[in-house]
Write a protein that binds this ligand. Structure first.
Ligand code: GLN
Length: 205
């Protein structure tokens, strides 16, 4: 009898290794969430850390800091490798700053980016929030109840290309979107006590 490979989304979490880009930002919270769901995680800091991962997290943080980092030779190398993997279909999820890195267009900015996802983002779209704000979000792909959306100096997605599925929006714009292997959330599911977005992403692997 031939073995029929399990559909990837039926793969148990324990067989998946999630790389978490740990150059800058709140990567530890993502690591804890994925571990609580039974997945393995791998700290990614150099291009060679990208080997043997099934997916990659681009965490929240400060995108201008990453754009500056990207100018160093070592960092340039890792960003080029990430871009290639994204083009080849590796599942990637950018939260907040990560969604800015994924975007093709950043309003009014020429800062460095991966440019993998056909979206435009507007940085710091909610004004200079010093503290986080929490807004319940209706996300049909996650079912009920609403998801607690924590926004920290968050961008908004102001344009989504035709291949992009809009998964959640607030009055002013899009806050969660997916394009094939790429997921962007401008809020921070890693800081709340709800694992549904992490589970959704595991389902993309
Ligand atoms: N405001 C940050 C930026 O534009 C993103 C903030 C975050 O990731 N929490 O890079």
């Amino acid at each position: 009898m031939t073995d029929i490979p399990a559909r990837s989304k039926d793969r148990p979490a324990g067989s998946k290794t999630i790389g978490v880009l740990g150059l800058q930002g709140d990567f530890r919270e993502h690591i804890e969430k994925f571990r609580s769901l039974g997945a393995h995680t791998k700290d990614v800091r150099r291009a060679r850390d990208l080997e043997q991962i099934d997916a990659l997290i681009l965490p929240g943080g400060e995108s201008t800091a990453v754009a500056i980092l990207e100018k160093s030779e070592a960092a340039k190398h890792i960003f080029e490798a990430i871009k290639t993997l994204g083009e080849e279909g590796l599942p990637m999820w950018g939260t907040c700053m990560g969604s800015i890195l994924l975007a093709k267009d950043i309003e009014g900015s020429t800062q460095g980016r991966l440019g993998l996802m056909d979206i435009t983002v507007h940085r710091n779209a909610f004004g200079p929030q010093r503290f986080s704000s929490e807004t319940p979000l209706a996300i049909p792909a996650l079912g009920t109840p609403d998801f607690p959306g924590v926004f920290i100096r968050a961008p908004l997605i102001t344009r989504a290309g035709t291949g992009v599925e809009v998964l959640a929006r607030v009055e002013r714009g899009i806050v969660m979107a997916r394009e094939k292997n790429l997921l962007a959330t401008v809020f921070h599911p890693e800081v709340v006590n709800d694992t549904r977005v992490h589970e959704y992403f595991l389902g993309m692997i």
